[in-house]
Design a protein around this ligand. Structure first.
Ligand SMILES: Cc1cc2nc3c(=O)[nH]c(=O)nc-3n(C[C@H](O)[C@H](O)[C@H](O)COP(=O)(O)OP(=O)(O)OC[C@H]3O[C@@H](n4cnc5c(N)ncnc54)[C@H](O)[C@@H]3O)c2cc1C
Length: 322
C-alpha cells in the first residue's frame, strides 16, 4: 500500500546532509510509489530543495527565513507542524542528530502521537510501520510498532542506502509560521573538525584513555592518513575527551555521536556500555587493546592484543607497503 512520507531535512554550507539524502532514499522505498516530501528551514532552503528533488523528494515545504538558521526547537516545531498539517503524512523521518533528538519528541507531543528514537530500520508491516532500535547499550534490538499517526522516527546515519532519485523536480510550498522563539542565543562556539564528518565516514578510528595522552591521537591521525582521509575519520571515548585530549564534538557514545561505519577500530578503548551505545551498529568492529579481557573484544569481529604504540605503526607500515 502506498504511503505519504515526510523527511525533516538538515543541511550545512548549502549542501544537503548525507543522512538527509539517505532518509529520502529510505522514504522513497517505504512510500511504495506514494509521496515523499521534505521540510527545509533556513536561508539556503530553496537551493537545497533542488538537491532534495534529485534525491527523491516530490515536494518541499520551505522557509528561507534567516530566523531558522540557528536551530530553535520551539520555533522549528511550529514550522514543521505547519507542513505536517498541510501534507498529512503517514510517517515523519528525522535524523538522529542534535536537531532530531530535540525536535522528534516535541513534534510527537504537539501532534499527540508516538516517536521512536535512534532507529536503525523502519519497515511497513502490512500497513503499520515497525521501527527497530538498539537497546541495553547496543547489546540487543527492540522492535516497536506505531498505533498513532503520523508515526515519527529519528534514524541513525547509514541506516538506509542512498539510491538515485527519479524525480529531479518537484513542488515548492512556502511554510507559514509567524511564531517567535522564547530562546535567545547569547553565544556560539564552533569547533572546526578537519576532514570527513565522523557520522559520514565509512571508517572510524577511535582513541581512548589508554592512549596515555593527546599525542596518541597523532599516531591515529597517521593511520587515518595511511588509509586515506577521504575514508577514515577520528573519534574518541568520553574519558579521552574529558581529559581534553580530543574535541568533545568527536566523542562517540551515549552522550556523544552515534556512528555506523563499515569499519570501526577501537584503539585503547575499554568498550564500556556507554561507549558501545555509539558504535555497536558498525558493520565490522576491530579492537586494539593490551588487556585481553577488555570488553571491547566481546563486541569485535577481529581483535589485536597488544600495545597500540607497537600495533598502530605496524598497521601503518603494512598499509603503506600495499
Ligand atoms: C551517563 C554516562 C554517559 C557516558 N557517555 C559516554 C559516551 O558517550 N562515550 C564514552 O566513550 N563513554 C561514556 N561514558 C563513560 C564510560 O562509562 C567509560 O568511562 C569510558 O568510555 C571509558 O573510556 P576509555 O575506554 O577510553 O577509558 P578506560 O576505561 O580507561 O580504558 C582504557 C583502555 O585502554 C587500554 N589500554 C591502556 N593502555 C594501552 C596501550 N598502551 N595499548 C593498548 N591498549 C591500552 C586498557 O586496557 C583499557 O581497556 C559515560 C558514562 C556515563 C556514566
Amino acid at each position: 500500500m502506498s504511503k505519504n512520507i515526510m523527511v525533516i531535512g538538515e543541511f550545512d554550507n548549502d549542501q544537503i546532509s548525507e543522512t538527509t539524502t539517505e532518509l529520502l532514499s529510505g522514504a522513497t522505498k517505504l512510500s511504495a510509489g506514494g509521496s515523499v516530501s521534505i521540510v527545509l528551514l533556513g536561508t539556503s532552503s530553496d537551493l537545497i530543495a533542488s538537491q532534495a528533488f534529485a534525491a527523491g523528494a516530490h515536494k518541499a515545504y520551505i522557509s528561507s527565513s534567516g530566523d531558522y538558521d540557528a536551530f530553535l526547537a520551539d520555533k522549528w516545531v511550529n514550522a514543521v507542524n505547519d507542513a505536517i498539517t498541510k501534507e498529512n503524512p503517514d510517517l515523519v523521518l528525522l535524523e538522529q542528530s542534535s536537531i532530531g533528538r530535540d525536535l522528534g519528541p516535541r513534534l510527537a507531543f504537539k501532534l499527540d502521537t508516538g516517536v521512536a528514537m535512534d532507529c536503525v530500520s523502519i519497515e511497513d508491516d502490512d500497513g503499520h510501520f515497525k521501527a527497530t532500535r538498539p537497546c541495553f547499550g547496543g547489546n540487543a534490538r527492540a522492535v516497536y510498532s506505531f498505533e498513532a499517526s503520523p508515526a515519527i522516527a529519528t534514524i541513525r546515519a547509514k541506516s538506509f542506502e542512498i539510491m538515485q532519485g527519479d524525480t529531479g523536480t518537484g513542488d515548492i510550498v512556502q511554510i507559514q509560521d509567524t511564531s517567535v522563539s522564547k530562546v535567545t542565543i547569547t553565544n556560539r562556539e564552533v569547533f572546526t573538525i578537519e576532514g570527513l564528518s565522523l557520522t559520514d565516514a565509512p571508517i572510524v578510528l577511535c582513541g581512548g584513555r589508554g592512549l596515555g595522552g593527546p599525542e596518541g591521537f597523532d599516531m591515529i591521525q597517521a593511520l587515518a592518513e595511511a588509509i586515506g582521509t577521504d575514508k577514515a575519520a577520528l573519534g574518541s571515548s568520553r574519558a579521552a575527551c574529558d581529559l581534553g585530549w580530543f574535541p568533545v564534538a568527536n566523542q562517540v557514545g551515549l552522550t556523544g555521536k552515534v556512528v555506523n561505519p563499515d569499519l570501526y577500530i577501537g584503539i585503547a578503548v575499554s568498550g564500556a556500555s556507554q561507549h558501545m551505545a555509539g558504535c555497536s551498529g558498525s558493520k565490522t568492529i576491530v579492537a586494539i587493546n593490551k588487556d585481553p579481557d577488555a570488553n571491547m573484544f566481546k563486541a569485535s569481529r577481529w581483535g589485536i592484543v597488544g600495545d597500540y604504540k607497537e600495533v598502530v605503526p605496524a598497521l601503518i607500515d603494512a598499509i603503506n607497503a600495499k
